[in-house]
Design a binder for this molecule. Structure first.
Ligand SMILES: [Zn+2]
Length: 147
């Protein structure tokens, strides 16, 4: 068992702790670091899982990246892609909906693309989610080349 972040060998206890709370295998140090980020930003655990799944396929994501207006769950700066994980669809209010639209407007103005990924998709279709994001990144790269 190795840490998904630093590839260090991890023991049973650290492994169990990390998988139970975040759903990702991390060493004690990285578990603490990520737990702090999650607590500070109310990051959904699915964002952490997607973050490490993207890392594994060679993408360089950033967890909780500050874009000047708000903290983005996951950002891929090379192609200016922001990924927000949506957790509670039933509870969306009109205030939240207009805020989402405003945020989308700000990111487009800054040349960023924002996609919203429902947390259940990460839970049940992590590999497919990663594949689709890889496709989006390729598309964005192609567009950057044209400009
Ligand atoms: Zn580690």
């Amino acid at each position: 068992m190795t840490c998904k972040d630093c590839k260090k060998e991890i023991g049973y206890e650290a492994h169990k702790n990390s998988v139970d709370t975040l759903g990702v295998e991390l060493c004690k140090r990285h578990h603490q670091l990520v737990t702090k980020v999650v607590a500070d930003n109310k990051t959904p655990v699915e964002a952490v899982q997607l973050f490490y799944a993207l890392k594994e396929v060679g993408i360089s994501p950033m967890l909780e990246w500050w874009d000047g207006h708000k903290s983005v769950d996951i950002a891929i700066s090379r192609v200016k892609l922001n990924i927000e994980i949506d957790t509670d669809y039933q509870l969306i209010t009109h205030e939240q909906a207009i805020r989402d639209l405003e945020e989308a407007m700000y990111s487009f103005k800054n040349g960023f693309t924002t996609i919203r990924v429902p947390h259940i998709v990460i839970k049940y279709y992590l590999a497919d989610t990663v594949k689709n994001i890889q496709g989006i990144i390729e598309g964005l790269k192609a567009n950057i080349k044209v400009v």
